[in-house]
Design a protein around this ligand. Sequence first.
Ligand code: DAH
Length: 369
Amino acid sequence: MSGPNTNYDPVEVAPLSAESLAEMVAEARSAFAAADTVAALKQARSEHLAERSPIALANREIGALPPQARKDAGQRIGAARGEIQAAFAARQEEVAAAELALTLAAEQVDVTLPVSRRPVGAPHPITALMDLMADVFVAMGWEVAEGPEAEGEWLNFDALNLDSDHPARGTTDTLFLSPLERHVVLRTHTSPVQIRSLLDRELPVYVVCPGKVFRADEFDSTHVPVFHQIEGLCVDKGISMAHLKGTLDHLARQMFGDVRTRMRPSYFPFTEPSAEVDLECFVCHGASVGNPDAPCRTCRSEGWIEWGGCGVVNPRVLAACGVDTAVYSGFAFGMGIERTLMFRNNATDMRDMVEGDIRFSRQLKGAAR
Ligand code: DAH
């Protein structure tokens, strides 16, 4: 049995001496302490704990020791490595906490600072209401049609069966564009889009035409020379006045809630029969009629509000557009958007709608929903 190798002095294997190991620990500690970012600490870790670090290299020396010395050396190295690892872990926590604190400080938001309130633009109440009315029809599968504001005189009048001696065709009502021989007017209603739609489309036709119209009118609380209308036209097989009535009632309910419409006989050259369409007062529902104790400002105690014109499309109009009147018939209607806005949102002066004062739009913001 061989005795212990008395010649062996573990202190002679330099990297394994207690002093060297203590030095490694001290160096690792100071490197970790000096690293003040996560990245620097990572670098220090690779220098003091990874494969080619002094402690790892020292560990390899164990193999070169005589067996009886290995355990001792192994324990020393393990203890040293443990210290380095603990130092690293402690420093890692510190650095991470410091970095988080820095980030939080840098990204701090003072929620009490005043914001710059730049107003967000929004559609004009007239535009919003026009879209809303058109949407009622789009939801039923109708199309939205548009036409030019400068319109041929023939389309604005003749095709709609307004004779050349019709009073509306005079220069007192209609704005003609010069030269007069070109026969171009600023359209006085959206009805010419009916003609354009019939000429452009295959039958059946279901269109609404919202848009701007022009008349040589006064500028007062109930008249403006540039205003808006929405026109509706349906041409199909077997269309009657009953379909018109149902459609107008539907529109009225969508716009004003639980109200009915009423038709009063009237005359328009492009419809036969023709009617004025009145809206049941959506405020008093007629309760103010003949009741001076409870007057209604909205309908002036009449129970009904004049809303627009309508009728069964005159076969002469259909024929002018090449429609076979033995097979097809239709209805049409048209109403003012400004009037609708007046009733619906209690806007009493039409001039507010064109003067561009932002306070008016702001007041009605969200009303056209
Ligand atoms: N165009 C008419 C106007 O401006 C309104 C109107 C009446 C339109 C009857 C129609 C209708 O489509 O059938 O006063």
